[in-house]
Every structure is written in C-alpha cells, then in structure tokens.
Design a protein around this ligand. Structure first.
Ligand code: UN1
Length: 507
C-alpha cells in the first residue's frame, strides 16, 4: 500500500482561510472553540462559538410565524438561491469538507453535489406538497387532507457528512415552511459556518427572514437544549445508536417528534453467480471509501462458500493497492480517520475480533505516524470470521470489513438480518430469483436494499434511513418531507343539513 505526502497544518490553515474568504465567511477567531483538521490532527483556528440556544429558539419561532404563511413556491425560491450559491462555491466548500472531515477530493465534491441535488429536489417539492381529497360517506360533504408547516426543526448532524445531511434536512424543512436550528458536529465548524453564511445570503437576496436558519456551534449541552425545548417541534438527529437511544425518549417525553438516522452494520451477500469484477469494485468502494466512516459503509460481507477463496484473494490484492494519505492528492483513495480516538476504537475492535477467532487477511497497520503523529491514517482491514460474534454485530466506525461464508441463500439472509442495525444492504447476484427474494418482505430488513451495487452512495431521490437500531427515520427524497409537516383532516359540509357519520342520530 502506498502513502501520499501530507500538507502541513499551515498549508491547510491558509487553504481554509482562502476558501472561507472566497465564500465570504468572516470567522471570529480567538475563541476557545477549535477548528481542527484530521489531516494533521492539529488545530486550525480558535473560534468564538454562538451557543445561545434560548436566543436561537426564540428567534426561530418568531421567524416561523412569518415563514409558515409564505407560499411554498416562494419558500422554494430561497432554496433555489441556496442551490445556486452551492454551485458557485462548490470547490471551496469541498476544500472545507476535506480539511475538516478528511474526505478525498472526489468524495468531498460529491458531498457538495449531493447538497445541490437536494436543493433541486426541494425546489420541485415546493410545488408538490400534495394532500388528497377523500370520498366522504355523507352527502354534500368533502373530506380533505392538508399539510401544514410543523415549526422549528432542530438538526443535529455528524462529522462524516458534515454538510450534505444538514442540506437534506434544511432544504426540505424550509420548503415545508419550517425554520431550522443547526447543531453540527464539533469536528466540522468551518463548513457549518460556510453553509450558514450562504443560506443567510440567499435569505437576504430573496427577502426571507434571516432567522429561518440559525447555527449553534457548541458541545452536547447545546444539542440537549434543542432536545428538551418544547418549542422545537422536530429533532432530526444523525449519529450513534447510543446517542439516539438517549435522545429519542427525551424528545418523546415532551411529545416532540424525532427523526433518527443512527448506526448501520451494513452487509452485502455475494452469490455464486455474481459478476466478481463488478462486486470487487463495489465492495472496495463501500468498505474502504470515506475511510469506512459512512453510516452506509459496508461492514460485513457474506460470501457463498464456493467463491469465498477467489473473492477474498481478489479483495486482499485490491486492499494491498489502496493509496492512503493526503485526501488532496488525486491518487489517494483513503484519507485519515477523524481522530486518534477513532483509531483506538478500531484497534480495540480488531483485538476483540481476533480473540473471538477472527483472522486479519489484509491491512490494519497505522500509516504516516511519523509525518503526522496527531493524525490517524490506517490501512483498511479485511477480517475473516466464522461467526457473527458480538464485535461483528456492533458498528465500529472505521474501515473494517468482516468476511463470513454461507451455503444457502436462506442462511445468508438470516445472517444478514441478525444484527441490531438495519440501514443499508446489498446482494451481488445475476440470479433474478435470488435478487427478488433479497428485496422481498422475507429478505433484507433494512431501509435500503440494493442489487449489484454496494451499500453506500445513495442518491437523494429516494428516502434515506433504516430500521431497528438505525432509528426508523427517513430523510431526503421520496415522501420523507411528510416528517417535516403536520397533516390535518378537514370535513367540509356544503349541504344544507347536518348529517352525522356512522349513521348516528342526535336531536
Ligand atoms: C451518512 O453516512 O450519514 O448513501 C450519509 C450515502 C450517502 C449518505 C451517507 N449518500 O452513502
């Protein structure tokens, strides 16, 4: 495995500053909230964080009272302008994603493209917030379902998609007539400031209230304010299952709504008929891409016994060729983990899985430790396991791919579903019957189920989210917008008499 040279922290600081200047963000430096980069593991700037949740919630609620009665297609104009600004600043925004989240250039650009795509989707949606008319059982009556804005939406997002997941929520919530308060990951304040700035600029330009969006940089306590405040109608949170397990019941206790996108433990089944060239490419991207730090990362491979040795050999060779290093280098495919703590967690999982009988087939060594002692570059790992032990059933947010074998499709599906999480899944097969069984009610139990493509890299047009410990939420496309609105059922009597439903007579 080759390693590519790293930029210095000074280089990265200068590059971040150029990107911020070009986008037009004025960063208030000198505070004690650090912007850091996983490329070197060092601090870039000390920022002054806006942490006054009370002020943000009050302002957001006031803006909502205006925004909710602004016609939805007019609300769409705000999101259209945001999309234009994202297009204009795509390259600089991608730089900030690389600097703060460590994504390779192509994936960072892809993240900004995902934001542009959801803006386009949301603009169209702003003219399609359809309710329905329902046949009434009574003469001279009409039943209707209408959709209304919900209120203030709190968005809590993670470092790994520091901007796209915000945009899925925000673009849709804004056209739905909601206002948004964003608490991003503490790892990614600069890209958050840039997104907030562009949205504020779009709001000024189209004449929308400034407070339709508020950014709150801060720690867990800031997020907790959003979780507990009854003025926040919906809390949309992306993160670990542990976080969701705490957050969900707290929001529910005040009868607030939550939309949870939590951990995944995504698997692919590779059947004997699979096109192995295609499968190898799909598997390596899904397992090692983004250094294994996507919710949708492929973490388990369930391979038919007859092809296991061949596939493992090919994967081992592909893992051996992965270029690891600076995500700004065109040739790099694997950038750093977000932090040394993430590397410790990864090593802990590898120690445990070996104690449970797992055998490391490729990777696992730390890289660039001398060049960047505070960073965490590591070779993606392939581990052969005989059974789904407890560590295999957990989500370790790192590039570890566990390889299991199966004999019958029934057994493969049972193994596939026998984990607590239920986000993304796939099958590589050329047998249509197998593919359809996998997609059927008796197949994958995940929110995302794919054929002949890996588990990661979903388009925005579909709903995104998963079942079981993944939290059940759906974001992004399809009819995920309904989570950001409230429905009302209307009964309209246009007759001259009062008739009661269910044949009841009274008076
Ligand atoms: C996430 O990891 O939280 O499907 C989101 C994907 C991306 C989104 C991932 N479009 O991999």
């Amino acid at each position: 495995m080759t390693s590519t040279a790293l930029p210095t922290t000074d280089d990265l600081r200068a590059r971040a500053r150029t990107a911020l200047d070009t986008i037009g963000v004025e960063v208030a430096e000198g505070g004690d909230f650090s912007a850091r980069t996983p490329l070197t593991g060092e601090n870039l700037f000390g920022l002054t964080a806006a942490t006054d949740a009370e002020d943000a919630i009050a302002a957001s609620r006031t803006a909502f009272l205006t925004w909710r009665t602004t016609p939805a297609p007019r609300r769409g104009e705000l999101v259209r302008r945001l999309g234009e600004l994202l297009r204009e600043h795509k390259s600089d925004l991608a730089d900030l994603v690389t600097i703060e989240a460590g994504k390779i250039r192509s994936e960072a650009l892809g993240e900004i493209q995902e934001m542009i795509d959801i803006c386009d989707f949301a603009v169209g949606l702003s003219r399609q917030l359809y309710g329905r008319t329902i046949a009434s059982e009574r003469p001279g009556h009409r039943l209707a379902e209408t959709w209304h804005p919900l209120g203030v939406v709190g968005v809590i997002s993670a470092f790994n998609f520091p901007a796209a997941v915000w945009s899925w929520n925000t673009a849709v919530a804004l056209v739905c007539g909601d206002t948004v308060i964003w608490k991003p990951s503490e790892f990614t304040p600069l890209i958050s400031l840039a997104c907030d700035h562009l949205l504020a600029r779009a709001a000024d330009e189209v004449g929308a209230p400034r407070d339709v969006h508020r950014l709150l940089l801060g720690d867990r306590a800031v997020g907790e304010k959003l979780v507990d405040d009854p003025r926040v109608a919906l809390v949309s949170a992306t993160g670990s299952t542990r976080m969701g397990r705490e957050l969900g019941p707290r929001v529910a206790a005040r009868f607030g709504r939550s939309l949870l996108e939590l951990g995944g433990n995504n698997a692919a089944i590779v059947a004997p008929s699979a096109d192995l060239d295609l499968a190898v490419q799909g598997i390596v991207f899904a397992a090692a891409g983004t250094a294994g730090q996507r919710c949708t990362t492929l973490r388990r491979l369930i391979v038919h016994r007859d092809i296991a040795d061949t596939l493992v050999e090919r994967l081992t060779a592909a893992y051996g060729r992965l270029p690891i290093g600076s995500p700004f280098e065109d040739t790099t495919l694997v950038g750093p983990l977000i932090s040394p703590a993430a590397l410790d967690t990864m090593n802990g999982a590898l120690t445990r899985v070996q104690a449970q009988g797992g055998k490391i087939l490729a990777g696992g060594n730390r890289r660039l430790a001398e060049a960047a002692p505070a960073a965490a570059y590591v070779e993606p790992v392939l581990v052969r396991v005989d059974a789904q032990t407890d560590v295999v059933r957990e989500e370790t947010f790192a590039p570890i791919l566990y390889v299991l074998t199966y004999d019958t499709l029934e057994e493969a599906i049972a193994l596939h579903n026998d984990v607590p999480q239920g986000l993304s899944s796939s099958i590589f097969t050329r047998d249509q019957r197998e593919a359809e069984i996998f997609l059927s009610a008796a197949g994958s139990d995940c929110g995302i189920a794919n054929v002949n493509i890996g588990t990661s890299g979903a388009e925005i047009g579909g709903a995104f989210g998963g079942e079981k410990d993944t939290g059940g939420g759906r974001e992004s496309g399809s009819d995920a917008w309904k989570a950001y609105m409230r429905s009302a059922t209307n009964t309209i009597n246009y007759s001259s008499g009062l008739s009661l439903a269910q044949g009841v007579s009274f008076l």
